[in-house]
Write a protein that binds this ligand. Structure first.
Ligand code: SF4
Length: 377
């Protein structure tokens, strides 16, 4: 199983972001208070949530690198105390350039963090400014250099493409700059507009100069080519890695493994049960301070929904899935569970014609929502 820890504070709010993230409160001690609350939540986790061995721990946010190594170590100690954490478990921390220095990186290494996921987003200063991000491309390069010097052998960078005013060549240049840093993993996401963000509002008023879809598709293809040249293979719609460096944590999500989430708004999927915590940090702190439950909601998926989700998540993976694996898992052939669906997708050129396997074509990958829709209906 995996553990996810949500640290919800950021130094600023980016114009495209609708994550459960908030500006760091001014009050002295806000981070320490959140770290203590999360450690308390871990310590209070009931026995039925602690049956698995943890193979991956992921600190996401927010900007977890705003927290001190001591605060991260406090949370890790609580996890190690209450759960069996596998030797060699992957421990990832998301961070933003400009929030790291050599001492904090060494502290994180000493605490047991062994992988960093760095939010570069772009290597164009002008694009970063448009995104509302307050760091520079040079701070990203510096973060990678400092992380290497501190002994991090497993680094991932995030970039976004399809950005306002960006050409496919600009997107390629950013990805090439990221790859030139010799990273093990790259996540390249096409910009998604979210309603409740500044970008969402600007787009609704027609004031966001977004590139046309063909250009976004071309940018994605150029990035894939640059990754291949650098020795990173696509293993998921938006993720590329050197051999053996795929994100263990994300693979756990895509393969429907079990994970327990801690912190405001964190979701859990444990042995078939799904539940999630209250999102607002203030309410989360209030509840956990009084020894109360942070969990706010729970759902159990119907067998049909679980089957649809299984198909959708595997369609995201480059390897897709075998018809035999589906039949083994659900006791009947795919074509019996979804009559006519595979044939129609093959006809439309959205699934590849490969004996015994189901995989989207490059076009199908772009239109994954269309490929997945009949399985999720
Ligand atoms: S740093 Fe990340 S989580 Fe924070 S506001 Fe920006 S995109 Fe959102």
């Amino acid at each position: 199983m995996g553990a996810y820890v949500h640290l919800p504070y950021c130094p600023y709010k980016c114009h495209y972001c609708d994550f459960n993230a908030y500006r760091l409160p001014r009050a002295e001690g806000a981070r320490a208070e959140m770290a203590r609350a999360i450690a308390r939540e871990i310590e209070a986790a009931p026995g039925k949530d602690r049956q698995g061995r943890i193979a991956s721990i992921f600190f996401g946010g927010g900007t977890p690198s705003l927290f001190s190594p001591q605060e991260i170590a406090r949370i890790l100690a609580a996890l190690r105390e209450r759960y069996e954490v596998a030797r060699g478990a992957e421990v990832t921390l998301e961070c933003n350039p400009g929030t790291l220095d050599p001492a904090s990186l060494q502290g994180l290494r000493a605490a047991g963090v062994n992988r960093l996921s760095i939010g570069a987003q772009s290597f164009s200063q002008e694009t970063l400014r448009r995104l509302g991000r307050l760091h520079t491309p040079e701070e990203t390069r510096q973060a990678v250099r400092m992380a290497r010097a501190a002994g991090f052998a497993n680094l991932s960078l995030d970039v976004i493409y399809g950005l306002p005013g960006e050409t496919p060549e600009d997107a390629l240049k950013s990805a090439q700059e990221a790859l030139a840093l010799g990273i093990e993993h790259l996540s390249a996401y096409a910009l998604e507009l979210e309603e409740k963000t500044l970008f969402g509002a600007l787009a609704a008023r027609g004031e966001l100069p977004l590139p046309p879809e063909e250009e976004v598709v071309r940018a994605g293809d150029l990035i894939e080519g640059a990754c291949a040249q650098a020795g990173l293979t696509r293993y998921e719609v938006s993720n590329f890695a050197r051999p053996g460096r795929q994100s263990r944590h994300n693979m756990l999500y895509w393969l429907q493994g079990s994970y327990r989430g801690f912190g405001p708004g964190a979701h859990s999927h444990l042995f078939g049960r799904r539940f999630w915590n209250v999102s607002a940090p203030g309410e989360y702190l209030r509840r956990t301070a009084g020894g109360g439950e942070a969990v706010e909601g729970e759902e159990t998926l119907s067998p049909q929904a679980r089957m649809g989700e299984w198909v959708y998540l595997r369609l995201r993976l480059a390897e897709g899935f075998s018809l035999a694996a589906f039949a083994r898992r659900f006791g009947r052939p795919l074509d019996a569970a979804y009559p006519g669906v595979r044939e129609a997708l093959l006809r439309d050129g959205l699934l590849a014609r490969e004996r015994g396997w189901v995989r989207p074509t490059p076009r199908g990958r772009w239109l994954l929502h269309r490929v997945a829709a009949p399985f999720l209906a």
